[in-house]
Design a protein around this ligand. Sequence first.
Ligand SMILES: NC(=O)c1ccc[n+]([C@@H]2O[C@H](COP(=O)([O-])OP(=O)(O)OC[C@H]3O[C@@H](n4cnc5c(N)ncnc54)[C@H](O)[C@@H]3O)[C@@H](O)[C@H]2O)c1
Ligand SMILES: O=C(O)C[C@H](O)C(=O)O
Length: 341
Amino acid sequence: MFTTRQITSIAKRAFSTSASSNAAKVAVLGASGGIGQPLSLLLKQSSLISHLSLYDIVNTPGVAADLSHINTNSKVTGHVPQNDGLKEALTGCDIVVIPAGVPRKPGMTRDDLFNTNASIVRDLAEACAQHCPKAHILVIANPVNSTVPIVAEVFQKHSVFDPKKLFGVTTLDVVRASRFVSEVKKISTNDAKITVIGGHSGVTIVPLLSQSGHSFTEEEVKSLTHRIQFGGDEVVKAKNGAGSATLSMAFAGARFTNSLLEATVGGKKGIIEPTFVKSDIFAKEGVEYFATNVELGPNGVEKIHPVGNINKYEQGLIDAAIPELKGNIVKGKSFVSEVKA
Ligand SMILES: NC(=O)c1ccc[n+]([C@@H]2O[C@H](COP(=O)([O-])OP(=O)(O)OC[C@H]3O[C@@H](n4cnc5c(N)ncnc54)[C@H](O)[C@@H]3O)[C@@H](O)[C@H]2O)c1
Ligand SMILES: O=C(O)C[C@H](O)C(=O)O
């Protein structure tokens, strides 16, 4: 006869060793990089992932072997371009996260990365359109304001574009905003929920501090807004040529991926994350993609939240963001259409 304690312990073991049937295959493209490795480590902890598929042009066999010893239920595989590695990495994927591409050095803007990263993202998007056309695509590679339209154009070219399944990952801006506000107001980050809208570069990043429920002096608003818009530069400067944010980005990327997993395979309702998606909000102004809070659901984008009530200062920030955002988006779209022609 088993005691109650023994039965509980056997049940717990059985539960913890059986992989969840509601779990997804998730690929990380650029998995050996500064973001890719810690992001993959964080994703290895998810019970909603059955297969973590790691692709990079180098070093993924080692990264995958290392992660595969962690005793969570997901299988980990590593792929490199040889032997149809990209096809193998992507086939059957539900979610593809793309941090592949070069990071900034001091003095560079994110747009300065376009020449290198546009073709990397375009080629990876081509492979996704062919091998996992129904997957949710999460773009981290910069410049996000342009790389997201690049992915959309490639998917459109293959007639497989679903705007509900394409996301520019802007979560780091919200993570930073929360942290910076918590420091200034001396409050817990749990009480510092800041909506950040727009895009992901300099003035296109628009924090809506007036919606936070906290009051700020004019001075605080100006300095917090600047810090949130240019937080990436702080890290680039501190790393002094060794790249940009990797660990905080991995945290933010894992947060967004986990939210999407919960909303899709996890079946949870009411999950809201900020993200740069195809949106009608400023379509009249010629801006086809815009980040606001987005409710996630089983098919990806469930509901795009409007900007909401804003003050004059924030309206000024949006007015400044629109032309730059528009230019970034057109640049991404033309990059694909020019090659198409
Ligand atoms: N969205 C954001 O908030 C955010 C935040 C931080 C960084 N980023 C961006 O993320 C990107 C990656 O940053 P990082 O610090 O990890 O850079 P990194 O150089 O450390 O890593 C990039 C990885 O991409 C790989 N790679 C290059 N070409 C590839 C290809 N064709 N296919 C697959 N993999 C390829 C490299 O081998 C490398 O391992 C940069 O563009 C950076 O600007 C975005
Ligand atoms: O600043 C960068 O270039 C990386 C990233 O976009 C960030 O916001 O940290």
